[in-house]
Ligand binder design. Structure first.
Ligand code: RP5
Length: 189
């Protein structure tokens, strides 16, 4: 009798450890796969600059989805992307556009997610037109506007990692290593 009770006790303990293992595995996975960022660009020609940030998103474990949708050439589609982004599970929207760069502004007008604008060169004064079009938003409709070009695209990824690190210790550690490498990606990502 005694040995049966002992056996049952072991079985119960084993079962509880098993459940705990499943729970830990699922929550780790959730943490790793949870973050999604929508990266919109005004033209296919903008993709090389915006995709330069891809290794940074990878390093921080953030899934970045790149989509071409112009505020001017595909207005309805762009509004749909912005207004459905939160429900689809995105944590932020990054918008890269050149010339009369209204993409980030349109997204900020149609979503309450953090919207980051990356002005791109190609128009007048190497992107000064896009910078002013992106940054000069009316009060209440914010677009966090970063540097023109590749640096801005990369900083968008790092900034989003910093925002998400407010509630994620794994990201705090990743940011620590990133800083220890001179704010560059460690060699083996
Ligand atoms: C913007 O105007 C795009 O973001 C691109 O940088 C620039 C030129 O656009 P396309 O003529 O290549 O469509 O809308």
């Amino acid at each position: 009798m005694h040995s049966i009770a002992k056996f049952n006790e072991h079985k119960t303990k084993f079962f509880l450890y098993y459940l705990y293992g499943i729970y830990t595995h699922l929550s780790e996975n959730k943490k790793l796969n949870n973050y999604r960022v929508l990266v919109l660009m005004g033209s296919k020609n903008d993709s090389a600059i915006l995709e330069a940030a891809l290794p940074y998103y990878d390093y921080f474990g953030i899934a970045a989805e790149f989509v071409v949708s112009s505020a001017h050439r595909d207005p309805a589609r762009t509004v749909e992307y912005a207004s459905s982004a939160r429900a689809k599970g995105f944590s932020a929207i990054v918008c890269g556009a050149g010339m009369a760069a209204h993409l980030a502004g349109v997204c900020a007008a149609n979503s309450d997610l953090p919207v980051i604008g990356v002005p791109l060169a190609g128009g007048i004064s190497d992107g000064l037109d896009a910078l002013l079009s992106t940054v000069q938003m009316p009060g209440g409709v914010p677009v966090a506007t970063f540097a023109v070009g590749k640096a801005g695209a990369i900083n968008a990824a790092v900034f989003i990692a910093r925002l998400l690190s407010l509630s994620d210790e794994t990201l705090i550690n990743k940011l620590d290593s990133f800083r220890a490498h001179g704010c560059k990606l460690p060699i083996s990502v």
